[in-house]
Design a protein around this ligand. Sequence first.
Ligand SMILES: NC(=O)c1ccc[n+]([C@@H]2O[C@H](COP(=O)([O-])OP(=O)(O)OC[C@H]3O[C@@H](n4cnc5c(N)ncnc54)[C@H](O)[C@@H]3O)[C@@H](O)[C@H]2O)c1
Length: 374
Amino acid sequence: MVSASGSVPTPDPSHPAAPAPPAPQTAPVPAERLRKVAAGILHALGAPAPYADQTAALLVEADLRGVDSHGTHLLGLYASRIRAGHLHPAAAPRVVRDGGATLLLDGGLGLGQVAGLEAVRLLVDRTRRHGVAAVAVREGTHLGALAAYTERAARAGVVCLCFQNGPTLVPPHGGLTPLFSTNPLSYAVPAHEEPPVVYDVATTAVAGNKLLLARKRGDATIPDGWANDTRGRPTTDPAAASVDHLRWFGGHKGFGLAVLVELLAGALTGSCFGATEDTASPAHGRERVAKGFVFLGLDPERFLPGGGFAARVDTLVREIRASEPADGVDRVLVPGQLEHERRAVREAEGIPLPDALREEINQYAAELGAPGLD
Ligand SMILES: NC(=O)c1ccc[n+]([C@@H]2O[C@H](COP(=O)([O-])OP(=O)(O)OC[C@H]3O[C@@H](n4cnc5c(N)ncnc54)[C@H](O)[C@@H]3O)[C@@H](O)[C@H]2O)c1
């Protein structure tokens, strides 16, 4: 029997929503322990303790939700960027422009999680005051999994959308010139008795490392729709498919959303966008670390006071879950459901870290004189 998640044609093992593929692993690690070790490493790399704690908490939260590619696996990337001087772990986000319902922050090329959490805190506050609000961030760096931010706003009663852009890796639909990142977008909507609805995806069909993995495994073919060859022609041949020519999910439809992400998260925030490099960072093009984010908030109480909207969200969530599954599908899912379920399991049983990641974390800890996992 194919699970409901298995029936979705946008799998991406670099940030999987379905259970991670089997990888060699030792005993699961309790979330609290992983959080402390990750925070110790970030602190030793120069992040003030509160920033190290915030960033570690969000990385472990992604691990708990099963979005392993955006969990503590990212510590290595952050460490290399900090050591190269491209990410400034002590930089504090600052307000550049305050229009009441609108705010522009500068992340100072600091930890993306620190700027992202500050942006969402301000978004919730301003949305409650004004009914709608927008918080934009320029000179941000990697946010991790976007759901961390939108879900926080939703749990505070605010409908939230978040967009983030990044380096020039992916060409426009039908083109060959790299101009975009995988341009993720997320929304979260508060419910009453049900958990919030949380949608969080890249706008490309698949990440480059899924293709690299298929090649490494010696797969004869890759699924149609993942990638083009170097001349932009669709291919299912892993050798001909190019990691620089990933395809957008839904073709021109996913591409259209990626353009919106680029325009709002990049152009509107005064950040880099397309080939335009508005950043103090020396890392450009496909190596670009500077990213722009935008968060949009809406207070449902302004439309249906007394929790009327949240109750209606519950109704729809239950209707989706109760709908009859198609042939070959176990159950119908609401966006965010898999991650909420996996979080409950991993909070109780611990996080199953692959051996290689456990070793990597222990190695960083040893190098930096911080406590490790073992
Ligand atoms: N910060 C960055 O630079 C960056 C870039 C790209 C992606 N990402 C992150 O990668 C993560 C995963 O992205 P992805 O594109 O691989 O996601 P994905 O294709 O795995 O889809 C995940 C989303 O789809 C929902 N979903 C899955 N199966 C479903 C079903 N059967 N029915 C209804 N909903 C279902 C999940 O609840 C989740 O919201 C996200 O957290 C994203 O923010 C981050």
